[in-house]
Design a protein around this ligand. Structure first.
Ligand code: NAD
Length: 476
């Protein structure tokens, strides 16, 4: 069966592309239609036509749609988790966790629809009243990456709809399956024609058509820094609101006074779980002198115990890399690290498993410096570098010495250092004795510097992007 695009409430065909399982390239997840430029433009026109009615729709209608979607996502979490694990390669428990989170996000924003509010203030002019309300912004283009195939579309679409916007979703070409399933759920849950549109396909075709369209009022983008820059430049030309979530080079600091087992578990999780393919993954482990050797020995031991295998196999800790291109990029960086003079202390080899897939042993560098490319550029794979420093001050300075600023972490038992780090870390999200990745669904998500641009996503802060503030004055 060809999974088609949804435009103006109709499923529309097109050239099919094959969705392949990175754990087993003989396993075809499905055929998904790639939208043409004309179809992308038709989807935007449909969203524009649907906007006036949806923006004024009764809040109970919006609440019911989001709640129904939330309930179905949660009810189908095992099945959708399998689909996610098959198309993206994260392990089944990780995938089920991501699907659950998508459901929770829809549930949260179903609640937010019922909590829409504004302010009524006295004017400085006698006899005049001031009301401050939030209006929807219009047609929102949603462009998403491959590494969270359902959670990221969910955390953009749910608030967009809750606040009365209409949506055109373009998921990453590598992982159309979960996006299709999500849009199918919303369609069957009763989204009126044109309120949610799906255009799968290539960034250079479908995504670029969206960037070039004067009809899109806003674009919310998550992906690489390079593409984010294109979104920004095109949006400026069209006077369009935009929001970017991009790359990271997240530091995890381990201090002498850390609980070693907490530090090792958090580091292994931060750097290698989900195959290191999380924007919040830590690829820089910044370790003070006194604990350095013990930490490296214990982390290496932990890595030895991690099972890299088929994402669906029980007992797998780390699934495959998402595709051949990303595997090449990971291996290139492993070579770069060696050539730069870092010591490959563990892993980095390709692994053969029962079926053909993109399996890579987690790679740990030691003797790295923060000037090396492996410490400055996003690799986006299971590759981390240990950077040795003399004390907390040097650790903090090293952690902040990066062009990115998404998340950061510290392992310490010192209240003083934990408090100082939370205050002075130049990141949007700071973790103490926790992995740099793994966040709640009801609080703001986002970063600083080269990692993010625009308002935060998720939680109540999402309203900043998906609405525009109106100040109305009335003379009684
Ligand atoms: P990518 O930039 O290659 O693609 C992201 C999306 O943009 C895809 O849907 C792609 O098709 C589309 N696209 C590509 N070219 C385009 C163009 N010319 N016009 C419009 N759209 C275009 O990123 P990716 O490889 O899918 O994802 C990995 C990246 O995403 C990493 O850098 C990672 O750090 C980042 N990421 C960031 C966050 C965050 O919240 N900060 C979360 C997840 C992933």
């Amino acid at each position: 069966m060809l999974h088609r695009n949804l435009i103006a409430g109709e499923w529309v065909g097109g050239d099919g592309a094959t969705n392949v399982n990175p754990s087993n390239t003989n396993d075809i997840v499905g055929e998904y239609a790639r939208a043409s430029c004309d179809q992308a433009r038709a989807a935007i026109a449909a969203a524009k036509a649907a906007f006036p009615a949806w923006s004024l729709s009764p809040i109970l209608e919006r609440h019911a749609l989001l709640k129904k979607a939330a309930d179905e996502i949660i009810a189908r979490k095992e099945e959708l988790g399998r689909l996610l694990a098959r198309e993206e390669g994260k392990t089944l428990p990780e995938a089920i966790g991501e699907v659950t989170r998508a459901g929770q996000i829809f549930d949260f924003f179903a609640g937010e629809v019922l909590r829409l509010s504004g302010e009524v203030l006295p004017s400085v002019r006698p006899g005049v009243g001031v009301e401050i309300t939030r209006d929807p912004i219009g047609v929102v283009g949603v462009i998403t990456p491959w590494n969270f195939p359902i959670a990221i579309p969910a955390w953009k679409i749910a608030p967009a709809l809750a606040y009365g916007n209409t949506v055109v979703l373009k998921p990453a070409d590598l992982v159309p399956g979960c996006a299709w399933a999500l849009v199918d759920i919303l369609h069957r849950a009763g989204a009126p024609a044109g309120v949610v549109n799906l255009v799968m396909g290539r960034g250079s075709v479908v995504g670029q058509t969206m960037l070039d369209s004067p009809e899109l009022d806003a674009i919310t983008f998550t992906g690489s820094t390079g593409t984010g820059r294109r979104v920004a430049l095109a949006s400026i030309d069209h006077n369009r609101k935009y929001q970017l979530e991009m790359g990271g080079k997240n530091p995890f600091v381990i201090l002498d006074d850390a609980d070693l087992s907490v530090a090792v578990e958090a580091a292994a999780n931060s750097s290698f779980f989900s195959t290191g393919q999380r924007c919040t993954a830590s690829s820089r482990l910044i370790v003070t002198d006194g604990i350095h050797d013990r930490f490296v020995a214990a982390l290496t031991e932990r890595l030895r115990s991690l099972v890299v295998d088929d994402a669906l196999k029980p007992g797998t800790h780390i699934g495959p890399v998402v595709d051949a291109g990303q595997l090449r990029q990971d291996e290139d960086y492993i070579d770069i690290g060696k050539k730069e003079g870092a010591h490959l202390a563990f892993g980095g080899d390709r692994l053969e498993r029962d079926n053909p897939g993109f399996f890579l042993q987690p790679a740990l560098f030691t003797q790295a410096s923060n000037r090396m490319r492996i410490a400055r550029e996003e690799i986006f794979g299971p590759v981390a570098a240990v950077i040795r420093v003399k004390d907390y001050d040097e650790a903090l300075a090293t952690a902040n010495d990066t062009s990115f600023g998404l998340s950061s972490g510290i392992a310490t038992t010192s209240l003083k250092h934990a408090t100082h780090f939370k205050r002075h870390s130049e990141a949007g999200m700071v973790m103490v004795n926790l992995p740099t990745a793994g966040v709640d669904f009801h609080v703001p998500f986002g970063g600083r510097k080269g990692s993010s641009y625009g308002p935060r996503e998720q939680g109540r802060y999402a309203a900043e992007f998906y609405t525009t503030v109106k100040t109305a004055y009335t003379s009684a």
